[in-house]
Ligand binder design. Structure first.
Ligand code: ADP
Ligand code: ADP
Length: 591
């Protein structure tokens, strides 16, 4: 069995420990050089001598060692490696002949790298990072495999590829109009119309919202005539309505073309793709691409965290969904009562109903973009004055805004230490529960501006949840997170709110995140379809809330028999028709 030994170099402090890794290593005690001091004064662990006992992993006071049993990840399968201590990618996904294949795995395990290698932006070095990569070696290595044809055409420059990049917010800096950026001619005009941006086609990109930029990037992809389409995170910034619309457009593309999609919204990926490769591994260390699985099996495998074919467990606990039976005996105690509120902006009028939040309850806020969700949360947070009605007095709130910006160069550890001086911060909870629960240990000492989007999001949520409060207000906490991080955050939030008998309101668009975190939903909409007005209703029980939301979106969900996760029904399928007839858009009983 092949093993991978990883030393997290920045965590290893060889001058501050007793070299427990070496002292307790059984092969070392038998006289073998399994762990030796390397040129940088840090341990080097021999993967061939390691017996995989895991003693060093437990003995290391800094958690700096990972020993991984990955039977399939043998060095001959390395496709690309960034330097001696760099990230290694094992195997590549196989683009479908036609149709859509998904790529699902944690951030930092090589998804974007895999897309770049398949697009020919970078030539695979096959692990030989110390000499220039050549197509001859790549073709010799892949001869006789399913990928050979793809790589051969790529090496000859015969494969036309199109990429929808991950960071669409960067498009705002392009000095172009919508149509100018999408392209010339009839195909571009048609693509702009298909994504619904006809009325904004002459606008400069700098004036568009994040969601509109995402649609522009997709329009450009659709307007490009290529053989292979790469779509990196199409759901970012989009509401549920637009996520489904984009999914339908990509499915149409996949009817005749080959499409590879990276996506963390599991409900969307499930609906969008026919098959998927999982990627497992250790972020920033290595990633292994699995064989393609049928979509249902791919997501169920992902949720259980165990890959049967390869005998690899890539997560300790499976993710469990529960159907949401109505609470017995009616709603529990109300903790926070809020009155009807309105907010008048020059071009927008929001009116929300009076409602209450129960003790221990997490309530989702859902609805299309620009229906007033953020405005409502900001009014409750005291960040925006209401035009009429007043948010409840005397309720302590802790608020995580939608848009995050690191304003100081301090690290998360420094930030928490500064906040710990104040009575409104629970340092113990931060350290003991939130840092480990949100996997922030590795970035505690990184300057906040250097954090990735997902790291900054987790840091902001941890700081917000570390403030003792009656009401937590989280605006889009799932943005930039991978699927694992979303599910871990959902569980942590739910547990904290229940245990502390407080309440939380969470505006988000990810159905799995909402389903895992929430007991009830508030639903926002444009009354009579008028974009100048917004209305917020509820809270409703999950099922009724989802029914109200989904009736407007025109899709139905069932529950997967095995995992109980929600799944979007294929349009016009027997279940879809049956549920529509009953008005059951979000079915709570395993199908
Ligand atoms: P994902 O798309 O799954 O988030 P990436 O492919 O972007 O993962 O990155 C995987 C890892 O590879 C990252 O942790 C990063 O450290 C490393 N990496 C990516 N690109 C480079 C590069 N050009 N040079 C060195 N390391 C890189
Ligand atoms: P959502 O969170 O549902 O996307 P928002 O609350 O952000 O909705 O915005 C609702 C509407 O209010 C939008 O049309 C937006 O343009 C408008 N709006 C939000 N903030 C302001 C403001 N400070 N001044 C004027 N209009 C605003």
């Amino acid at each position: 069995m092949a093993r991978i030994a990883i030393l997290l170099s920045e965590r290893c402090h060889p001058k501050e420990c007793q070299w427990e890794c070496q002292a307790y290593c059984p092969p070392v005690r038998m006289g073998q050089e399994c762990i030796v001091e390397g040129p940088l004064g840090k341990p080097v662990i021999s993967e061939s001598l390691c017996i995989g006992c895991g003693i060093c992993v437990h003995k290391c006071p800094f958690d700096a060692i990972k020993i991984l049993n990955t039977p399939e990840a043998d060095p001959s399968e390395i496709v690309h490696r960034y330097g001696y201590n760099g990230f290694r990618l094992y195997r590549l996904p196989l683009p479908p002949t036609t149709g859509i294949t998904g790529l699902l795995g944690p951030n930092g395990t090589g998804k974007s790298s895999a897309l770049r290698l398949l697009a020919g932006t970078e030539v695979p070095n096959l692990g030989e990072y110390d000499r220039p990569a050549t197509w001859e070696r790549v073709l010799a290595r892949f001869r006789g495999t399913a990928l050979f044809g793809h790589l051969e055409r790529l090496s000859r420059g015969e494969l036309r590829t199109a990429l929808k990049p991950q960071y669409v917010d960067r498009l705002a800096q392009e000095p172009a109009t919508v149509l100018g950026y999408v392209g010339d001619g009839a195909a571009a005009q048609a693509a702009v119309a298909r994504v619904g941006l006809e009325s904004r086609k002459d606008r400069p990109l700098s004036e568009l919202s994040g969601g509109e930029l995402q649609l522009v990037a997709l329009a450009r992809l659709l307007a490009t005539d290529a053989d292979l389409y790469f779509v990196d995170e199409p759901s970012s910034y989009l509401d549920i309505v637009h996520r489904l619309k984009v999914a339908r457009l990509l499915r149409e593309l996949g009817e005749t073309k080959s499409v590879l999609v990276v996506e963390h919204d599991l409900a969307l990926l499930d609906y969008l793709a026919d098959t998927a490769h999982l990627i497992y591994g250790v972020p920033a260390a290595f990633g292994v691409v699995t064989h393609p699985l049928a979509m249902r099996a791919a997501i169920n495998t992902y949720l259980t965290g165990y890959l049967k074919d390869e005998n690899v467990r890539f997560r300790e606990e499976p993710v469990a969904f529960v159907a949401h039976p109505p609470r017995r005996g009616g709603r529990p105690d109300a903790l926070v009562r809020f009155p009807a509120l309105t907010k008048q902006y020059p071009e927008f009028l929001l009116a929300t109903e009076a409602g209450e939040l129960a003790r221990g309850e997490t309530v989702g806020i859902v609805g299309p973009n620009a229906t007033g969700k953020t405005t409502f949360v900001r009014m409750l947070a005291g960040a925006e004055a209401a035009t009429s009605g007043a948010p409840p007095a005397g309720v302590s709130v802790s608020y995580k805004p939608q848009y995050l910006k690191a304003t100081s160069a301090s690290s998360l550890r420094d930030r928490a230490a500064a906040l710990a001086e104040e009575p409104t911060f629970d340092a113990r909870r931060f350290e003991r529960e939130l840092v480990p629960g949100l996997h922030l240990d590795e970035v505690l000492d990184v300057a906040l501006p250097d954090l990735s989007g997902g790291e900054l999001q987790r840091a902001a949520v941890a700081l917000a949840l570390a403030r003792p409060a009656t009401l937590y207000l989280l605006d889009e906490p799932s943005a930039y997170l991978d699927a694992d991080e979303r599910m871990a955050m959902a569980r942590l939030l739910r547990r904290q709110v229940e245990r502390q008998a407080c309440s939380a309101l969470v505006a988000d668009h990810d159905v799995y995140f909402l389903d895992l975190a929430c007991d009830a939903l508030m639903v926002f909409r444009h009354p009579d379809g008028d974009p100048g007005r917004g209305a917020g209703d509820g809270p409703f029980a999950m099922r009724e809330g989802m029914n109200r939301l989904l009736a407007g979106v025109d899709v139905t969900f069932r529950r997967d028999a095995e995992t109980r996760r929600p799944r979007i029904n294929r349009e016009g399928s027997a279940l879809d028709r049956e549920q529509r007839a009953k008005g059951e858009f979000y079915y709570d009983v395993p199908a």
